[in-house]
Write a protein that binds this ligand. Sequence first.
Ligand code: ZN
Length: 301
Amino acid sequence: MKPTKYIFAAALFCSLCLPLQAKLNVVATLPDFASIAQEIGGDKIDITALAKATEDPHFVDARPSFVVKLREADVLIDGGAELEIGWLPPLLQNARNPKIEVGKPGRVQASEGIRLMNVPANVTRAAGDVHAMGNPHFTVDPIIAKAIAQHIATAFAAVDPPNAAAYQANYKTFEAKINAKLQEWGAKLLPFKGQSLVAYHDSWVYFAHRFGFNIDIFLEPKPGIPPSPSHLTEVIAQMKAQKIKVILVEPFHDRRIAEKVASATGAKVVDFAQFPGGLPGTDTYVKLIDALVSRLAVALK
Ligand SMILES: [Zn+2]
């Protein structure tokens, strides 16, 4: 064989064989989507989460390596609902990857088909409100997590049809796991149903709705705005009046502020996280919800 022919044959061979052997290259903006994608993709995918589990999802530190990851992605999973609006759009622009544009099979927007809570009557980003489209922290509701998992399975099947049956089977397994756990979680929290809690940021409205809590008071005066002394004075008065016992904080919040409010009210500060890996021993979605449920049950006892 002449060298040129050989090169051509080798190139043709590789263009046919490599895509079949390669794993699906999946990028998720946040660790919760990555964790669910891993459950669905199993060993058929390589998954990268851009943000760390301990980072504020609204204000992720965008590194140049993110652009490379996005350029090489077969599938991108993001939240939509403006959760990543502060950092994702410029990265996507630089990555120039048509496979993961909105509307393409390689783009999963987790909020699609999910009814957002707390959608304001008038959309305004005035005063720095980062929840202008409604609350984007929906994955902590396990029933919504199942919907996201199904959405991901459908997308993986569309992008990688030879493994469609595997993705569907993994979805069924995840669904069954969540269904079994929902009973256990519900039973553990049942004695505390109807109680009010305080949170640093408005991250828990879907969790509260699922398990029967009220979380309507926040250390932040508006989502994304740091606590001010006058606002905290008001929060302390409300907590005393309602005898609220728990303040939920996330890894990226200023815990000292929560501790001050706790010491003024006799409440406990409870470390919570939206993302698998954000608390010790929570490397999967189910383990994360397990941890949230038991931490809350212990604090409210
Ligand atoms: Zn938020």
